[in-house]
Unconditional design. Structure first.
Length: 489
């Protein structure tokens, strides 16, 4: 057992980054599993997360990254691990989730006006986790050197000070300019805070690490901070990306036998649930922003959306509405999940000003009415008898979660005229069209269910535990000997 509890409170290790996308989330996840494997009680923490990727946990919803970090730590996810979640709805507006619940009051406040209002709850959540655990792995946001936001910071250096954290600063060396990013971040940090930096981490490195010399040594001479790890580029680690999976390396091993195009509209949400598709041999997952991107696809997926009406308007502006309709009319497979299900219907009706009104794609005879209250819950439900390409799912019980304002039901007039949607799950969770090729459901997590992957693709799923252990093995192999232990001793 590593000695790590000081004055009855857990030691804290914090992962900061020189930029967004530097690798904070996956490194924090790896640290959670590494410390858990040492026999420690571990919890993740991120004070404020901006993401439309969210999961249902005890008390409401948190960012997906902290959900996966909790699982890696072998801990029960709860709202204290991500007390403030911002879900962007427009370029200048986000829905604010405080301690798992929507706060309309905070959602209307200016960005800088929120900090002092929410800091007491953030500090209380962190203190509670420290009291209950041996180690807390904290993830920062963006960069700690964003000097335009430093005065109202509640997610980076203020958290590091409050928790007395030992900090790692990670940078994406594949972008170029990594040593300048590290030095510039260090230089812009307040001098008193630089002492919290225990090491620099070079992430996504390709090539011969010996060629980095003498840069790490020179950087240490300038800053006093050692480079403690050089992590090789690793595309197939299996963990969903924090902000998306928009890359050109979505082809798994083997000959491509099925191409799946997922529509990447601006307010896409919960796209992390499609990560398992990237790990299936023979499947190409393509992120589509134009009709050319869906041409030749075997499946088209309409993912969740944080703002269904505006994303549907964007699809029409790109011509993707016609491309999806043409694909469906040829018998092509279409799947809509949550907001994607709402888009497949005939109309969106918004009496409370939650999302917006508008016509749907008309591929399912359904109408969605947006309610003032948000549905946030875990669900377990079984498919009934399905037709066509989805028939393999008949009778399978799926475990997932719901996060939506919309309430969807069959279009009464169309049903009376004989154009009916076939309900294929109880409680208005899923519908199928008469031809059988179009399926819409509210339940997130379909492709995270091993039984579903086996039925649709004939493959066994790679377990999350295996992914987490792989991450821990990776950092164990590439960090300097003794560094990970020293961070919490």
């Amino acid at each position: 057992m590593i000695p790590n509890v000081v004055n009855g409170r857990a030691r804290c290790v914090m992962v900061l980054g020189t930029t967004s996308g530097a690798g904070k989330s996956w490194l924090a996840t790896a640290l959670c599993r590494w410390y858990a494997r040492q026999g420690l009680r571990v919890a993740p923490f991120k004070a404020q997360n901006m993401s439309n990727n969210a999961r249902v946990v005890a008390g409401g919803e948190i960012g997906s990254a902290q959900y996966f970090q909790a699982l890696a730590a072998r801990a029960e996810p709860d709202v204290r691990m991500n007390p403030l979640l911002l879900k962007p709805e427009r370029d200048t507006h986000s829905q604010v989730i405080l301690m798992g619940q929507v706060s309309n009051e905070l959602s209307e406040l200016p960005w800088r006006g929120r900090s002092e209002r929410v800091w007491p709850q953030i500090a209380q959540a962190l203190d509670a986790l420290r009291a209950e655990n041996d180690a807390v792995v904290i993830e920062g946001a963006g960069s700690p050197a964003e000097i335009n936001l430093m005065a109202s910071d509640i997610v980076n250096l203020r958290v590091a000070r409050h928790s007395e954290a030992r900090c790692l600063l990670v940078t994406d060396i594949d972008r170029g300019g990594a040593f300048a990013h590290l030095y510039g971040t260090w230089a812009l940090m307040p001098p008193a805070d630089r002492d919290m930096l225990a090491g620099f981490v070079l992430n996504k490195f390709r090539g011969d690490a010996a060629l980095l010399a003498p840069a790490p040594q020179q950087l240490q001479q300038l800053t006093g901070v050692p480079t403690v790890a050089t992590l090789p580029m690793w595309w197939q680690h299996g963990l969903p990306e924090e902000d998306g999976v928009f890359d050109d390396r979505s082809v798994s091993s083997g000959e491509v036998t099925r191409t799946i195009a997922a529509i990447a509209y601006p307010r896409i949400s919960n796209l992390d649930e499609f990560q398992p598709l990237k790990n299936i041999a023979g499947v190409r997952l393509r992120w589509a922003r134009s009709p050319a991107d869906v041409a030749g696809a075997d499946w088209i997926i309409l993912p969740g959306s944080k703002h269904t009406s505006s994303d549907l308007g964007w699809m029409r502006a790109q011509g993707l509405d016609r491309a999806v309709a043409a694909h469906a009319s040829r018998g092509g497979i279409v799947l809509g999940v949550c907001g994607g299900l709402q888009m497949l219907g005939e109309a969106l009706i918004d009496p409370h000003g939650v999302d917006g009104n508008g016509p749907g794609l008309g591929l399912l005879p359904l109408v969605t009415v947006f309610a003032a209250d948000k549905t946030v819950r875990h669900r377990e439900a079984a498919f009934s008898s399905l037709m066509g390409p989805w028939a393999a799912l008949s009778g399978i019980t799926v475990r997932g979660y719901e996060i939506h304002h919309g309430q969807t039901a069959e279009h009464a007039a169309m049903a009376a005229a004989g154009d009916r949607a076939c309900a294929v799950m109880p409680d208005e969770l899923a519908w199928q069209n008469n031809a059988g090729n179009v399926l819409g459901l509210y339940l997130h997590g379909l492709f995270e269910d091993p039984a579903v992957l086996q039925a649709l693709f004939g493959v066994a799923a790679r377990t999350l535990d295996a992914v987490f252990d792989g991450l821990a093995d990776h950092i164990d192999s590439h960090f300097e000997t003794g560094v990970l232990r020293s961070l919490i001793e």
